[in-house]
Design a binder for this molecule. Structure first.
Ligand SMILES: Nc1ncnc2c1ncn2[C@@H]1O[C@H](COP(=O)(O)OP(=O)(O)OP(=O)(O)O)[C@@H](O)[C@H]1O
Ligand SMILES: Cc1ncsc1CCO
Ligand SMILES: [Mg+2]
Length: 279
């Protein structure tokens, strides 16, 4: 395989046509993304879902979530500003989603920071069939049980190797793990995808992690392979971040540009610029 002999480096890159086709499928299918999410970034999540090409709905009353999720293409459970009532709603919606085969994306915001968050994230993972677990490194390290530190909602890092941490978490939970950072690690335990798109400005804005979950949900709603869809979603978001950074003067103009660039992102641009390496 002469192509792989180049200076001994053998990196396999995902064909850009795959994330491009998924982005096009989101835009044409416009799946409904049901969120039960935090009160800090709820509006950003609604708008980033629209910029991706999907349709958001936020509904968290236990009285209506089972009915709402039945119309959705995916369900996002985000524990950022948790309450006991929200936990009830998450379990009701999640069970119904599982019955109907609707994929569930869990964002364990701040897991490890308090016992309530840790117990709730664990309860959701034990009770529901979660399709994708999307967290920052500290959050995934906590859930992997291999050591992760979280202060508030921020990752304080992990004890060991990022790929091994993500794989251990996927192995333990039986989910696709999507671990964000400067390089995102997506794994279903057997395959590992590294996503190298993005810009450091994304880390200087509250809510980019939550938005990453909304975009992931939009992609898994139109895909059978949740690991590929998760990697493609982060490549699309990262590509929007790269373009936004060229226009921004600071965090808030970056935020505006991030939404605009995702809305303007074409499948062709993503095909040419997605940087997804398979290990
Ligand atoms: N240094 C970086 N370089 C490139 N992309 C980054 C960088 N840091 C974060 N990102 C991107 O920003 C998004 C959010 O990831 P991050 O790990 O910052 O989430 P988070 O800390 O959980 O976010 P939140 O602010 O919502 O709590 C991901 O798509 C990730 O790829
Ligand atoms: C700052 C903050 N606190 C709870 S959720 C949230 C936003 C995303 O992490
Ligand atoms: Mg961050």
């Amino acid at each position: 395989m002469p192509g792989n002999m180049n200076k001994g480096i053998s990196a396999r890159f995902m064909n850009g046509a795959i994330p491009a086709a998924l982005l096009a499928a989101v835009r044409s299918g416009r799946p409904l993304i049901h969120h039960i999410t935090n009160s800090v970034t709820i509006n950003d999540c609604a708008n980033i879902t629209i910029c991706t090409g999907a349709a958001p709905v936020m509904a968290e009353a236990p009285e209506e979530v089972a009915e709402m999720v039945a119309a959705a293409g995916a369900l996002v459970l985000n524990i950022g500003t948790l309450s006991a009532t929200q936990v009830d709603a998450m379990l009701i919606a999640g069970r119904r989603a599982n019955e109907l085969g609707i994929p569930v994306v869990l964002d364990p915001v701040g897991v490890g920071a308090t016992r309530f968050r840790t117990e709730t994230a664990q309860r959701i993972l034990d009770t529901l069939d979660v399709a994708v677990l999307k967290g920052n490194a500290g959050e995934i390290g906590v859930l992997a049980g291999t050591g992760g530190s979280v202060r508030g909602v921020d990752s304080g890092g992990i004890a060991g190797d990022p790929i091994e941490t993500a794989r251990e978490c996927a192995h333990l939970t039986g989910t696709v793990v999507s671990m964000t950072g400067a390089v995102d690690v997506v794994t279903d335990d057997s395959r590992v995808f590294l996503v190298r798109n993005g810009n450091p400005a994304m880390d200087r804005l509250s809510g980019t992690g939550c938005m990453a979950s909304s975009i992931t949900a939009a992609f898994v709603a139109v895909a059978d392979d949740y690991a590929v869809a998760s990697a493609a979603a982060l490549a699309a978001f990262g590509r929007a971040g790269e373009r936004a950074a060229l226009e921004a003067r600071g965090p808030y103009s970056f935020r505006t540009a991030l939404f605009d660039e995702l809305a303007a992102l074409t499948p062709d641009d993503l095909a040419g610029h997605a940087r997804i390496e398979e290990r």
